[in-house]
Design a protein around this ligand. Structure first.
Ligand SMILES: Nc1ncnc2c1ncn2[C@@H]1O[C@H](COP(=O)(O)OP(=O)(O)OP(=O)(O)O)[C@@H](O)[C@H]1O
Ligand code: SF4
Ligand SMILES: [Mg+2]
Length: 322
């Protein structure tokens, strides 16, 4: 069996707030093999971005705490690295494309200077070597005139072009793992298709393991082999995409699937929409956090939290899976 490119074991994140210590990521574990893409889905506020940031080891806020049994890239645990050691792996072994490229890019440097800085830090080499790597990375993500884009400042590019430039920057050193957090949000449909095509290409051409964060299951369906469904900081279902869309086993996952119009049209939905709201972290319901919104809840569901029924990369955290 091949070693996973990314393995996350028992990851938790807490915030210190005036309302007390709040857990935003609750003991989640999963792995992604080289050349595979896994989607991380869930409604807004479920902890997707905090999971991504915690994997990188970047503290999400002052006073926050990250704990894990291990975060491994190709079998090497990065969770215990110092800040200095971490700088050596960010961009080289693992990279992230953020939700808002406008804020992730530095406005005072050109796109080329920013990509070159990442390449120089990890790959070294002379000026010409770096320049070629910058142009190649921009060419690879589909820019017809990479030299022109390299010379441009972020504000001179559209949102979609900035996102593509971010992908070029994140992948210039061909990292083993790429985390993309909502990379297509707020983009028009043709730019969105272009970005998703680049994500598929990275997986196929470079064997990159990808964690694709999105609240949009149709995006996950187009790009990913596997999917993680998250709610209130917990993983509720881990499965392959095909199984999720054919037969989601967690009532929450089934609710998300039934909210995709084209899927509902093909297959009658078991749940029309998910009633109610995601609860505040400071007022999480006891037991299964989804219980107040679940049509299948029984008294047991509020007495204790369901664990995963199976180990490994498949499972459902529900007392009464569908
Ligand atoms: N600095 C902070 N202090 C306290 N709570 C925070 C802080 N930052 C985020 N949170 C809370 O952490 C939870 C998880 O946030 P996160 O950004 O991971 O959600 P998300 O699933 O990525 O949502 P979205 O789909 O809107 O991007 C949310 O309830 C959010 O309100
Ligand atoms: S554990 Fe109970 S409340 Fe939670 S999803 Fe399953 S049936 Fe619904
Ligand atoms: Mg987010």
């Amino acid at each position: 069996m091949s070693t996973a490119a990314l393995t996350v074991k028992d990851l938790s994140v807490w915030f210190k707030t005036p309302a007390g210590r709040l857990q935003v990521v609750d003991n989640i574990s999963f792995s992604i093999k080289a050349g595979e893409a896994t989607g991380l889905v869930g409604e807004s506020g479920c902890g997707k971005t905090m999971t991504a940031i915690a994997i990188l080891g970047l503290l999400p806020a002052p006073g926050s705490t990250i704990e894990s049994a291990a975060i491994e890239i190709n079998g090497r645990d990065i969770s215990t690295l110092s800040a200095v050691q971490r700088r050596h792996i960010l961009g080289r072994d693992i990279a992230m494309v953020f939700q808002q490229p406008g804020t992730a890019l530095d406005p005072v440097f050109t796109i080329g200077q920013q990509i070159a800085a990442v390449h120089r830090r990890h790959a070294g080499g002379g000026r010409n070597h770096t320049r070629q790597a910058v142009l190649d990375s921009l060419d690879e993500v589909g820019f017809g005139q990479p030299g022109k884009i390299a010379a441009a400042y972020p504000h001179e590019l559209s949102g979609g072009m900035r996102q593509l430039a971010m992908i070029a920057m994140a992948t210039v050193c061909k990292p083993a793992v790429l985390i993309a957090d909502e990379p297509t949000t707020a983009l028009d449909s043709s730019t969105r298709a272009l970005i998703l095509q680049q994500i598929k290409r990275l997986r196929a051409d470079h064997g990159t393991a990808i964690l694709l964060v999105s609240h949009d299951l149709s995006v996950i369906r187009q790009c990913c082999q596997n999917v993680l469904v998250m709610y209130c900081g917990r993983l509720l279902e881990k499965t392959d995409c095909q199984s999720l869309f054919a037969h989601a086993r967690h009532p929450y996952s089934a609710g998300l699937v039934s909210c995709i119009p084209q899927i509902s049209a093909l297959k009658p939905a078991r749940i029309d929409a998910i009633p109610g709201q995601v609860p505040a972290l400071s007022a999480l319901p006891p037991g299964c956090h989804f219980a107040p919104r679940c049509d299948y809840a029984v008294p047991q569901c509020v007495q204790s939290a369901p664990g995963f029924g199976t180990g490994g990369n498949r499972g459902v955290a529900c007392f009464r899976p569908l």
